[in-house]
Design a protein around this ligand. Structure first.
Ligand code: ADP
Ligand code: NI
Length: 218
């Protein structure tokens, strides 16, 4: 099968799998990551087929969304008849994308993984990142904010996975750390503005929380 057809079929499969996802990992998250990763890949000279396939499949076996060891991505690639070498390369990219805690090094070792990781992380930032984070928090019954619970900079993947803190803490535990961990120059340019927007958002959030707004008229 031609590469465009493999991508097209995979996109259709993923669209079905993620159409009713309410935790901020819906089809449109995958679609944005796919498009952005493709764009970054061209600018950075990465293998576009590997990047597109990995971007489309990157959340299929994610620990937050699925049962362990289902290996849906492998099964899908097998079914499509993707050559074993490419399957392995794509799977390696998928395995390196995820954030695993503030103190855990997740620097990818291939250009393709750096590109997909950047695209996924950019979608965790900015206005869309904020929306997704609160969607995830609601999905998991998290409080929006609790002044009595401090953010934790997790130093192991285990500790990060087990955390149940309020959603605002996630900004300090992950989202605000991403800007300095973006791999590519193209990604870094986009990250700057998204980071600033999150900082403004938090300033306003705490202004409202602490009653420090000064309305002009009441
Ligand atoms: P990653 O694999 O790096 O975790 P994903 O594509 O799976 O990336 O999306 C992660 C997004 O899920 C976060 O950016 C955030 O929006 C949401 N999320 C994950 N954990 C939490 C949490 N503890 N609190 C709030 N949102 C979370
Ligand atoms: Ni993702």
């Amino acid at each position: 099968m031609k590469k465009e057809h493999l991508i097209e079929k995979t996109a259709r499969y993923i669209q079905q799998e993620f159409s009713h996802e309410g935790s901020g990992h819906d089809w449109w998250h995958i679609h944005r990551v796919w498009q952005l990763a493709q764009w970054i890949a061209r600018r950075e000279g990465a293998n576009v087929f590997i990047v597109e396939m990995a971007a489309l499949l990157h959340d299929l076996d994610d620990w937050k969304l699925s049962q362990p060891n289902e290996a849906k991505a492998w099964k899908w690639m097998e079914q499509l008849g993707i050559p074993p070498n490419d399957q392995q390369t794509i799977q390696q990219v998928i395995d390196q994308v995820s954030f695993k805690g503030a103190g855990v090094d997740t620097t990818p070792d291939s250009l393709e993984a750096r590109v997909v990781q950047d695209a996924d992380r950019l979608d965790a930032m900015g206005a869309i990142g904020i929306a997704r984070t609160f969607a995830y928090g609601g999905h998991k019954n998290r409080l929006i904010y609790d002044p009595e619970e401090q953010p934790v900079l997790h130093d192991s993947f285990d500790a990060y996975q087990q955390s149940t803190g309020p959603t605002i803490n996630h900004f300090y535990e992950k989202l605000l750390l991403l800007k300095d961990r973006i791999n590519t120059a193209t990604g870094q340019k986009l990250a700057r503005q998204r980071h600033q927007f999150m900082e403004h958002y938090l300033e306003q959030f705490f202004r409202e929380w602490n009653n420090h707004e000064q309305p002009l008229t009441l």
